[in-house]
Ligand binder design. Sequence first.
Ligand code: G6P
Length: 366
Amino acid sequence: AMAGKGNYRHFMEKEIHEQPEAIAHTLHAVLDSGTGAATIPAPLDAATIPKITIVAAGTSYYAGLTGRYWLESLAGIATEVELASEFRDRDAVLPEGGVTIAVSQSGESLDTLMALRRAKALGQKTLAIVNVPESTIAREADGVLLTRAGPEFGVASTKATTAQLTAFCSLAVALGRKHGRLSEERAAELRRALAGVPGRVGEVLQREAQYQRVARELAHSRDVLYLGRGLSYPIALEGALKLKEITYIHAEGYAAGEMKHGPIALIDEKMPVVVLAPSDGWFEKTASNVAEVRARGGRVILLTDAAGAERLAEKDDHVMILPDVEPVVAPILYAVPVQLLAYYAAVEKGTDADQPRNLAKSVTVE
Ligand code: G6P
């Protein structure tokens, strides 16, 4: 039986608010209670891993893109991310001993299942990162890493996404430690940062009224551009996907550095540009893109932290300040305001966020 919506208008709203618990439960399940380190599921526990290939669809694909940044930078493992629908029918060349990770909330997306089977046929060991333990993808993979978001009903994934991000980040820290890429001190610092994420997400949710206000404006736009760099790039893609899925507003996510190769031509005062810019190693470069948008009369909606706001704010911009966090875990936090913007824009437009037209919760047919 389907759980109720409680006091919420939509499952999506309820599930957005369940994220502190979804993240905390996922962390709890992944981390060893004794050592605080993440347990590394088979087949990722192998002595050497020549390459990880992540396959997924939709929002889970964007979680995979973020996963790649962590697996490369924290664990030093060569990683590629593939759309399941492409990978399943491509002649991918994969190294012996490589591991394919299938990421799926439902564990039932047909393309992701077919990509998993294809990886197996190509001799890869496989891991499933899924939210439904008894799902087909979980059953067919060699190993399983469960996210603990609980049942998700809103068609646009929210809590399952931040749970996937949490799982990837903890896993990358554990692998980084195991392969000697991270010192114990740095790993402990990152584990503490992860443990703090549920609380920081709670703080974002307490300030949701500001996102609601900006969403009312977004709802009347024809096009919206989302920009991010590095770890924020996949979240920009995710933000654009969420908006188009539930409001039917055309939105594009772009790597900030690619703006000059196309989207800059579109910028005028009518197109809001949502910029994801935590104070991290990419901040300066993203700041220069913000200046370029402003110079062309674009309207910037800036998601940043207190330090970033101080450096970038102009009084005509919308500046939304997020809590300060260790930059490595920032994507988990910044995924939340883009959900809120999309959700409240849908409420403003009167579209049904839980049942957007033409979309299904999981796509199990061709
Ligand atoms: C559908 C849903 C998306 C989801 C995607 C992948 O398109 O509408 O919200 O991200 O499927 O689903 P999965 O269950 O494999 O994560």
